[in-house]
Design a protein around this ligand. Structure first.
Ligand SMILES: Cc1ncc(COP(=O)(O)O)c(C=O)c1O
Length: 311
């Protein structure tokens, strides 16, 4: 029997399919990728957006009809815009001007007010940690001016918990309880840490590898030599506030060229048009399987973070 109609777009968030990337990576082993680009806001951030707003409404930090304010590289903003439309809040999204213009257009189409913040040291398409800090500062100021709820995704624990309670268990079930490694890039770290915690609980021998832009690997304890890279929404050159080093066994570097190559490979071989961080994840998963660090026939789970339509 088909499920009943969803009550709203909020109920469309989560329960995304898991897809095998057998054509892009015929072996050794297998890559299973969570298709988060199929969410209503087009990315993995919908889960965190919904969880943070529902928690803030239930404990009174977000009053009915009050504005919601957040810095975004586009994806959190889209998730928040979806949730704000359903819950009845205006949304103000501050964004570094270095993010692709398609992102601002998507947010505006979903009813958000977009405030573009000039870049500090990045370049168009290459957003640095300093660029993001400037956009975050602007969000903080606007929230104070307008009496709005500042989402502050880097410090909101609900995002991480949403992935621990939904994304991780879904991956485990959909894989039939067979995941040997988990590979994902890191923005706030909510996806990587939440899923790692859930999967590790189910398989204590799980290998967890963070994906970092090459020459921008603070999680690996290396100085940041190249803050500019293509992996928008991740690799900000800092260790995020909720970081738990015990959940990371390795950091896998991915170059811009590799991310471009894998974006094309996923589109042409798999029919999956996704963004650069998703492509980097698939690239890193293949590298891990080729490294000999895992048993033959190992299964690596990863995440297709967002759609390629806004790049
Ligand atoms: C395209 C993209 N990939 C990956 C991520 C990382 O997600 P998280 O913040 O859960 O680490 C983001 C976050 O905004 C993103 O926009």
């Amino acid at each position: 029997m088909s499920p009943p109609p969803a009550a709203s777009a909020l109920d469309l968030i989560g329960r995304t399919p898991l897809v095998a990337l057998d054509r892009a990576h015929p072996g050794p082993g297998r890559i299973l990728a969570k298709a988060e680009f199929l969410q209503p806001g087009g990315s993995v951030k919908d889960r965190a957006a919904r969880a943070i707003l529902l928690a803030a409404r239930s404990d009174g930090r977000l009053r009915p009809g009050a504005p919601v304010v957040e810095m975004t590289s586009g994806n959190m903003g889209a998730g928040l815009a979806v949730a704000c439309a359903i819950l009845g809040h205006p949304l103000v999204a501050t964004m570094s001007a270095g993010n692709s213009p398609q992102r601002a257009r998507m947010l505006e189409a979903l009813g958000a007010e977009v405030v573009l913040v000039p870049q500090v040291d990045g370049a168009p398409g290459q957003v640095t940690g300093a660029d993001v800090a400037a956009a975050a500062e602007r969000a903080r100021a606007i929230a104070a001016e307008r009496g709005g709820f500042h989402v502050d995704q880097f410090h909101a624990a609900e995002g991480l918990r949403a992935h621990e309670q939904t994304t991780g268990p879904e991956i485990w079930e959909q894989s039939g309880g067979r995941v040997d490694a988990w590979v994902a890039c890191v923005g706030t770290g909510a996806t990587f840490l939440g899923v790692a915690a859930a999967l590790r609980q189910r398989n204590p021998r799980l290998l967890c590898a963070a994906v970092e832009p090459s020459d921008c690997q603070p999680l690996a304890g290396q100085p940041v030599a190249k803050p500019r890279h293509l992996l928008q929404g991740t690799g900000y050159g800092l260790v995020p506030p909720h970081w738990d080093a015990s959940l990371m066994d390795a950091s896998i570097p991915v170059t811009d060229e590799e991310a471009e190559h894998w974006r094309r490979l996923l589109a042409l071989r798999e029919g999956l048009h996704v963004g650069f961080s998703a492509a980097a994840n698939a690239c890193a998963a293949a590298a891990l399987l080729a490294s000999g660090r895992l048993a033959p026939g190992a299964v690596v789970a990863t995440i297709l973070c967002d759609t390629g339509l806004k790049y």
